[in-house]
Every structure is written in C-alpha cells, then in structure tokens.
Design a protein around this ligand. Structure first.
Ligand code: BGC
Length: 371
C-alpha cells in the first residue's frame, strides 16, 4: 500500500510537472517558450538599465523567455554575449551595439536564420538584418538646437554682440551622434552664417565636416572625456569669452560639462551657460529643477521597449508589424549595405516648465525621487 501511495505520489508529481512546464510555456516564462536575446551596450549611461529591464519584462509578458546582457562599452565582450545567446538557442536578437565590430555576430545570426532588431542605434556596415527601432534621432537634435535658439534669443541676436557657444557630440562610433548633431545644426547653422552666433573651439556645421566633427566627439560617451575636454576649452579657446550656451548631446555628458564650468570663476554663483541634454536622467531632472541644466530630451524607454517587443513578436509570428505610436521610415536609415525598415518614436523636450508633467505625472519618476 505504502508503495502504491508513493507511486501515485510520483505519478501525480510527474503529471503536475508536465502540466507546470506546459503552462509555463503558455505563460511564457518556462523552459519551452522561445528565447529573445537582449544585448544592451553599457550601464554607465543610466537609460540602458531601464531599457534592459523593460525589454525583458515586456518580452515575458508576451510569453517569451528573455536574457539581457550589458557590454560595458566593449564590442568584443558584447559579441561574446551575443554568441552565447545564439548557443542557448535564441530565436531573435535585440541589439543596442557599441560599434561596427558587431557585424560579425549579426552575420552569424543571419546564417542561423535568427532575425536581429537594431535597437536605438543603427548597426552600420551590415546587410544582414531588416529592422531598426529607435526615436527620431534627428528630431532629438532639432529639439536641442531649438532650446538654444529660444534660451539665447537668437532671433534678436546681432553681429555686434553675437551669442557664443561651444559644441560637443557623442561617441564617434555611434551613428546617433551624427543624427543628433545634424538635427541641432539644422537649427543653429543659419545663425552662425548670419554672424549672430559664434562657435568657439572646433566648429563643424555638420557631421559631414569629418575632421572637425571628430574633434568634438566623445569616445564611448564617457563623462570623464567630456569633462576633460570642457576644462581644456575653458583654459584655451573659451578662456577670454563668456559662453552663453553649450550643445551637449546627452545628460551624462551635460552634467560632466556643467561640473567643469562650475569650477570656473566666470560661471560661479548660478551664471552657468545654457546646457542641453538628452535621456531625462534623474540627476539631470534635478539639475533642471535647480536651474543648472536648461533642458533634456526625454525618450521614454518604456515606450521603446514595448514597441520593440511588439516588433519582435510580429517578426517571430511571421506577421506584418503594426507598431502603435511609431512611424515607419524605409529610406532615412542606410547601413551602407541597405536601407532598413525603421520604426521611429517621438522624443519630447523637457524643461523646468514641464518636467513635472512629463517625468512625474507619466510615472517615470516619483515626485519623492526629485525633491
Ligand atoms: C542613445 C542615447 C544615449 C547615448 C549614450 C545613444 O545611442 O540614443 O540615448 O544617451 O547613446 O549611451
């Protein structure tokens, strides 16, 4: 009898295990659900940790398994992480890459018929993937340029008393850096040409001026590099002028630049230049509230992550993607091998006037995070 009870127990347990794994498949977190590999570039810029966490959560909510890795701004490390995902049987990859060195693993994925979605950053030099999802990167730059235009009142500036700015761009290996910069310069260039806006330091008017553009870029978006460059400017090209504004491409670099300016006597006592930013990082929202940073461009990672998983789901199910809130653009983004189908979301400007509405009422931060 005891034996029979034990046997019954084993059968029931076995049965429930089968049921459990079956139901897990259905709910999507179990061993049998298709695996999505999510490779994020770095953690030293805050947003990517949110992207990673949101992508995983949305993937699991749709019934997939998901693995997230961070490449620490090291492409060989990220390539290894992506290889591991392929070995584990990933059925689709979502990649925010570091540089063009990623194309070898994108080619490996294509050989194994594993689709790749380029996430936020275009993967250049590859013809081995079809889809890109991002925010409208040119528009990000336009919002930064327009913020300087408004804060410096460029429309009323004169040749006798031109406004003075200096320029920073993101990583030279990140295609977005060019898009942001060209968007900003589409607004600022006419004022430079009219002589009412003066640039100190290297002065590319578009990223096509490669030599000068390279001089304003910031390798791997590193804050220490931007800070050192700003200190250098303050001791050289910007020594005998008072800067009215600084084009900073994201919040991490904006705060490093502000830190450098804060130790210069000219800008002490709250007379900092107007500094732009991007990402809506918590520390920058506090700076905006305190009047140290003028603006940021918010790109809601929850929306991008959700849209990317909608796209992944459609691709894996062989359906035509229909991504709410995203604009399909089939011409702008060319990898150098082909134009990829790009889904673009809308970025939003955040200043002292609207940060509560955009960053807190939307639930991105809690009021207590900022106070
Ligand atoms: C992203 C920005 C980010 C930067 C540094 C860019 O590709 O679009 O949101 O600030 O990388 O990580």
């Amino acid at each position: 009898m005891k034996k029979f009870v034990a046997l019954l127990g084993i059968l029931l347990l076995g049965g429930s295990m089968v049921f459990a794994s079956g139901s897990q498949q259905g709910s999507g977190t179990g061993g049998g659900a298709p695996l999505i590999g999510i490779a994020m570039p770095e953690t030293h810029v805050e947003r990517w940790q949110k992207d990673g966490a949101d992508l995983k959560a949305f993937a699991e909510a749709k019934g997939y398994r998901a693995v997230v890795t961070y490449g620490d701004a090291d492409q060989s490390k990220q390539n290894q992480q992506i290889q591991d995902m392929l070995t584990k049987g990933a059925k689709l990859l979502i990649i925010g890459n570091i540089n063009e060195g990623v194309i070898s693993v994108v080619a490996d994925a294509a050989r194994e018929k594993v689709p790749v979605i380029a996430y936020d950053r275009l993967i250049l030099g590859s013809g081995d993937y079809e889809y890109y999802i991002t925010f409208d990167n040119f528009k990000v730059g336009v919002l930064q340029g327009k913020a300087l235009e408004k804060a410096l009142n460029l429309a009323s500036a004169t040749k006798d008393k031109p406004k003075i700015i200096t320029l920073f761009a993101g990583s030279p290996t990140d295609n977005n850096s060019k898009m942001f910069f060209d968007g900003a310069m589409s607004v600022l260039k006419p004022y430079v040409e009219k002589g009412v806006l003066q640039i100190v330091g290297p002065a590319p008017l578009s990223s096509a001026d490669t030599a000068n553009f390279t001089r304003i870029t910031t390798e791997n978006w590193r804050a220490d590099i931007a800070k050192a460059r700003m200190e250098n400017l303050l001791n050289n090209d910007a020594k005998n002028v008072v800067l009215d504004g600084i084009l900073a491409p994201n919040d991490t670099l904006a705060r490093a630049i502000i830190e450098a300016c804060s130790s210069d006597a000219k800008y002490a006592g709250g007379k900092l230049p107007v500094v732009t930013g991007q990402d809506g990082e918590l520390a920058s929202i506090k700076y905006i509230k305190d009047g140290k940073q003028y603006m940021t461009v918010f790109k809601d990672t929850r929306m991008l992550a959700k849209a990317a998983i909608e796209l992944a789901d459609a691709i894996l199910k062989g359906q035509t993607p229909n991504i709410p809130g995203a604009r399909l653009d089939t011409t702008t983004y060319n990898t150098g091998k082909k134009a990829v189908k790009s889904y673009l979301l809308e970025p939003v400007e955040v200043t002292k006037e609207n940060y509560k509405k955009i960053m807190i009422d939307s639930g991105y931060y809690k009021a207590s995070d900022i106070e």
